[in-house]
Structures are given as C-alpha cells and as structure tokens.
Design a protein around this ligand. Structure first.
Ligand SMILES: NC(=O)c1ccc[n+]([C@@H]2O[C@H](COP(=O)([O-])OP(=O)(O)OC[C@H]3O[C@@H](n4cnc5c(N)ncnc54)[C@H](O)[C@@H]3O)[C@@H](O)[C@H]2O)c1
Length: 400
C-alpha cells in the first residue's frame, strides 16, 4: 500500500511514563504503516528536560510557531517527590505552562463520544467543548483579612487615579479580595475562541455575569462583541455558525437542556469548574482531548490526562496494564487533520477520520480497556476487556 504523503512536518513532543509507552505504540501501529510521517521530534521527557536545562521545551514551542501544528504527549510536572525520584537540579516548570506562555493561547477540551457510554445527561449526544480563559481573576488575586472597624478601598494610582470604598467593616471584621485582568489577554482569548469555532465549524457560546459585574465582566462581553463584529461576523456567516452571548446562569440552564455540539467559552473560574463537570458527565478523563489554540493560528493537540503513573510503575514491574490510549490517539488525529487542512492534503484529513472511526468502532463493538468496560452498557454487545497492546491490535484489525 502506498503511504500518505505529508507536505510539511508536525512538531512532535514526546513525554513521560505510561503515555510515553503509548506514544510509541500509536506511531508504530497506527500511523507509520499508513502515513509517510514528517515530524520534527522534541523529547520533553523529564530526563531530557533536565539534560537540556529545559531548553527543549522552549525549542518545541518555538517550532510550533514555525510549523503551526504540534502533538504533545503527557509530561510530568515536577514536585518535590519528582525532584528526588529523577535527581533534578531544579523543580522545572510545567511544560504546558511554558508552552502556553510562548504561544499565548486558550485550551479547548473536548470529549470523545461512543455508543454504549451514555453521558450522565443523556440528551448530550454531541460533545460540549469547554474553552477556559487561563489568565487572571481569582487565580492571580490579592486577598486580606480586615479587622472590625477598618475600611477597605480600591485604589488606582497613575495617570487616572481613583479611590472607591469597597466596604466599611464597621459592624464586623471580614475578608477582602482584589482581582485583575488585561484587555490584551481577553482579546487573545476571544480571538482563539473565534478561530477555533471556525476551524471546528461549531457555534461559540460565551457567558459571564455582566449584569452584576458592570465593569469587570462587562469588559469581557464588550471585547468579545467588538472583535466578533469587526473580524469574525462575516466568516461565521460564511461557515453557517453562530456566536451567542448569554449570562452564565442562563448558559448553565441551556447547556443542561441542550444536545451539546457547541464550544462554551468561560472565564477562568467558570471554566475550571465547568470543565470538570463536563468531563465527568461525559464519562472518563481518558476520553478527553485537549488543544491549545493561539490567537495567531497555532494548534497544539494533547490528551487531557496525565502520564498515568500508577500504570507505569506496574509496567516497569513487567505487569500488563489496561491503559486507555484513546485521547492520545485523538491528539495525533487532531494534529494530522489540521496539518492536512493547512496544507490542502485531504487524504491526510481522511486518514485521521478513518483512524478515529476505527477507534470508536472498536469500542462500540465491545473491545475496550478496563476503565471503559466499567462504564459500558449494552444489551447486545459483549464487553471484551483488553490490555493496552491488545486494544491497539483490535484497532489495527479494523483499520485494515
Ligand atoms: N497534560 C499533562 O501533561 C499532564 C496533565 C495532568 C497530569 N500530568 C502529570 O501526570 C502525572 C500523573 O498525574 P495524575 O495521576 O494526577 O493524573 P493522571 O491523569 O495520569 O491520572 C489520574 C487518574 O486517572 C486515571 N487515568 C488517567 N488517564 C488514564 C488512561 N489513559 N487510562 C486509564 N486510566 C487513566 C489514572 O489511573 C488515575 O487514577 C503527574 O506527574 C502530573 O504532573 C500531566
């Protein structure tokens, strides 16, 4: 069989532990037999981050700016225990944090749906994608306790100074908090959301509490609206998709009653809470994919889960594990499809869809890893619980 050609490379960021083992299996069993893979390889394993003093992470992010498409394996974010385990010279920063700081983007998380694993909200027949603004608000707050009898003010110094009373703690002591955000960050969040909606041909919803927060949240609403009107309205019409703004409480009620299928842009805290609710309601962390989209059109795909450390330690002891590779496979298909779209190589996009269909069919026909077997319900399909390698072989059988 002639292999599918690629015009330009994707950036490949290898990672750690069990997902590193899965990475090799995805390439060897599912990609290399069918695609003449062009990739620029960066080893983001903790061992190599230590060896390169983490410059490899920066190089990989810069390569993503050059080639516009990357696929990343899960990586260890070191803590004190990992510093000891890997004998690190320092506690290297989270690679995802470093990459995000260089590419400046928004993370979109989307579940993979299969028949047999019904979301806890059964009307959700299409994926709901959460876009979380990953800057500011309560995550970069300043807070303090206030004594009874004291007053707290919001003070701005500089070109346009102002002083507003927050509260007079006359009758009781209490707490007080200052939060901030930046027009530049909100704008790039908005552009990433509009770009991703166009690339996925899905409606974009955005929600804040602008009726209560008439300056802070309203600024988010205004910036989204201005950018949409000026830069995206026409493009959305051409693709037949919608931008819809509503209050966060209204959005929650509508989402619960919906059939899914939209991208839901959320402020930092809302996105933190809602993405975990959506992931849990759709079934399993191992079925969540994630893509970082930068406002100038760079795409970095990955699984939403970590390196599955517990399984890796069992693997090291020579035991077989039943680790779910679906999100990692979909990270690869996402990247290959995007490469195909950008390079006008439809056969690459078609391959990505075929591989995704083979994975979904494998599960729907009863062949799955242990985590899914616990969730799968069917009157007609008998469940076969497979180990990691057997699952890959079951997918390969369907690919062929
Ligand atoms: N994006 C990333 O690179 C990323 C994200 C999260 C965690 N991490 C790293 O991963 C390591 C482990 O972290 P963790 O345990 O909190 O997260 P994890 O996602 O690896 O595991 C969380 C739980 O979900 C289960 N699980 C996750 N993915 C699974 C899969 N594919 N198949 C079967 N079960 C699966 C695990 O067994 C575990 O019980 C840490 O070093 C952390 O820094 C990396």
């Amino acid at each position: 069989m002639k292999k599918i050609e690629m015009k330009n490379p994707i950036v490949e960021m290898d990672g750690d532990e069990m997902t590193r083992i899965i990475w090799t299996l995805v390439k060897d069993k599912l990609i290399l037999p069918f695609v003449d893979l062009k990739s620029e390889y960066y080893d983001l394993s903790l061992v190599n981050r230590e060896a390169t003093k983490d410059s490899v992470t920066i190089d990989a992010a810069n390569a993503t700016k050059k080639y516009h498409v990357a696929v990343k394996c899960a990586t260890i974010t070191p803590n004190a225990q990992r510093v000891e385990e890997y004998n690190l010279s320092q506690m290297w920063k989270s690679p995802n944090g470093t990459i995000r700081a260089i590419l400046d983007g928004t993370v979109f998380r989307a579940p993979v749906l299969v028949k047999g694993i019904t979301p806890l909200i059964p009307t959700w027949t299409s994926p709901i994608v959460i876009a979380r603004h990953a800057y500011g608000d309560v995550y970069k707050n300043v807070e303090t306790k206030v004594e009874k009898g004291d007053k707290a003010y919001l003070v701005v110094e500089g070109k346009k100074p102002s002083k507003q009373l927050i509260f007079d703690y006359e009758k009781s002591g209490g707490v007080c908090q200052g939060v901030h955000n930046l027009d530049s960050s909100i704008s790039s969040f908005a552009r990433s959301c509009f770009e991703y909606a166009l690339s996925e041909k899905k409606d974009l919803w955005f929600s804040t509490k602008d009726t209560i927060s008439k300056t802070y949240d309203h600024t988010f609403k205004d910036i989204f609206s201005e950018i949409f009107e000026k830069e995206y309205k026409k493009k959305f019409e051409e693709k037949g998709i919608e931008y819809f703004y509503t209050l966060i409480d209204d959005a929650v009620a509508r989402i619960v009653r919906s059939s899914g299928g939209m991208i839901w842009a959320c402020k930092n805290y809302d996105g933190d809470v809602m993405s975990d609710m959506i992931a849990t309601a759709f079934g399993s962390l191992a079925m969540m994919t994630s893509v970082l989209v930068s406002p100038d059109g760079n795409f970095e795909y990955e699984a939403a889960h970590g390196t599955v450390t517990r399984h890796y330690y069992r693997h090291l002891k020579g035991e077989s594990t039943s680790t779910n590779p679906v999100a990692t496979i979909f990270a690869w298909t996402g990247a290959l499809r995007k490469r195909g779209e950008l390079d006008s190589t439809p056969e690459l996009c078609e391959f990505a869809s075929k591989l995704e269909n083979a994975v979904i069919r494998t599960i729907e026909e009863g062949d799955m890893t242990k985590d899914l077997a616990a969730l799968f319900k069917s009157d007609t399909v008998k469940v076969n619980t497979l180990n990691t390698e057997e699952f890959f072989d079951a997918v390969v059988k369907r690919m062929k």
